[in-house]
Design a protein. Sequence first.
Length: 394
Amino acid sequence: MFDLVIDNARIYPLERDLSIRSDRSMAVTGGRIRAFGIPQSAPSRLRLDAHDAVILPGFVDCHTHAVFAGDRLDEYLARLEGADYAGQNRAGFGILSTVSATRRASFSELLDCSLKHVAPLVAEGVTTLEIKSGYGLDRESEIKILTVAAAMEPILKTRIVPTFMGAHTVPTGFTRASYLAWVQDEMLPLVVASGLARSVDIFVDPLAFTPEDLDSLFERAAAHSCRLHAHTDQLGHTGATRRAAHWRACSCDHLEYADQEDVTALAHSGTVAVLLPLAQAFLGTAQKPPVEALRQAGVPIAIASDLNPGTAPVASLLWAAATSIRLFGLTPTEALLGLTHHAARALDPDAGFGTLALGQSADFAIWDIPRPEFLLYAPAGQRPVMSFFQGERR
C-alpha cells in the first residue's frame, strides 16, 4: 500500500530538461517516490486529485547566510550615495557589523529572526535550504548559528544543510594567519565532531582570505571528510576558482571574475557553478559571470538567493531565477534546473533530492500554473497550492 498517490497531474521531473512525463500520477511511500502511472485500483492511505496542476521538485536554495541578527540599511543607503562596498568592509562595517549584532543576540532571538528571514523561501516551495555560519567568528557565536540552523529544520519541515564558514572574514584582534589557524585547528574539528556541519566554505578575496588559505583549509576539511565550497572571484580575479576545482569542491559560488582557465577547471572537476544574481544586482556591479563559457564547457549551473543582510536581503529564489535570465542570459531550462537538480548537486553530488525520480526524497510542490516557465515570467507572489517534504504536507 502506498502512503500517498497524486492523480491527474502534469509531472515535470527536471532531471535534464523541461520534459513532462506521459503518465499523470505519482506515488509516495516512506518519504520517497516509489512509482509513476499508478492504476486506480492500487491501494493508498491518501489519494489526491491535482486537477491538472503542475508538480515540480521542491526547490533547493544552495547558498544562504540566513541566520543573522540586525540589518545593514544604513550601508545600503550609503552605497546609493556612492559609497564602495569594499571600502565599507575595510572601515569595519559590512560583514563585521552583522557579526556584532549576531553575537549580541540570544539563541531564542536569533532563532526567531532567522525563521522570519527564511519563511518567504519556504512559502515559495523551497524544501532544502543551505545555511552558512560566518556571522559569529568566535567559538560561542559560530556554534550558536549552526545550532539555530539545526533547530529550524523540524519547525519549517525543510531540509537544512548547515555549512561551517568560519573563514568568512578576519575579526578584530586577529591577523589573517592567526585567525585561519584557529578556524582550522580548533573550530573545524569541534564542528565536525559535534555533528553541527559536514560542509565547509571560505571567502577568497582581498577583503578576506587567499587562494593559499583555501588550500590549507581544504586540506584539513578533506581530512575530516567534509564537503567543500568556496566563494570565489566575486569582486576580482584571484585564481581561487581553479584552486577549489583542484580539490573537487562541490561548488564555486559567485564567479563574476572567473576566466576561461577557471571554467575549464570546473568542467574537469565536476564542480557546480553557483550563480548569485540578486547579490550582483543589489551591489550594482557591471561584471557578470562567464555564463556562455560555462555553458559551452558543460559546467552545471545552479542559482541561489544568497540571502544575507548586506548584499542580498531578498528571500526569493524565484526572483533570483528570474533575475538570472534577464541579467546573466540563462535560459528558462537552465534557471529551473538551477533551482532543483543542479542546486542539489551543488550541495552533495550524491543528493537524493532535487528531482522527481524513483527513490528520490518526496520533496515536491503542486502549482496552479500553465507550465513551469510561468514561475520565471511572473515570479512575484507565486505560491504553490500544496508543498510536501519527504512525503508529508507542510
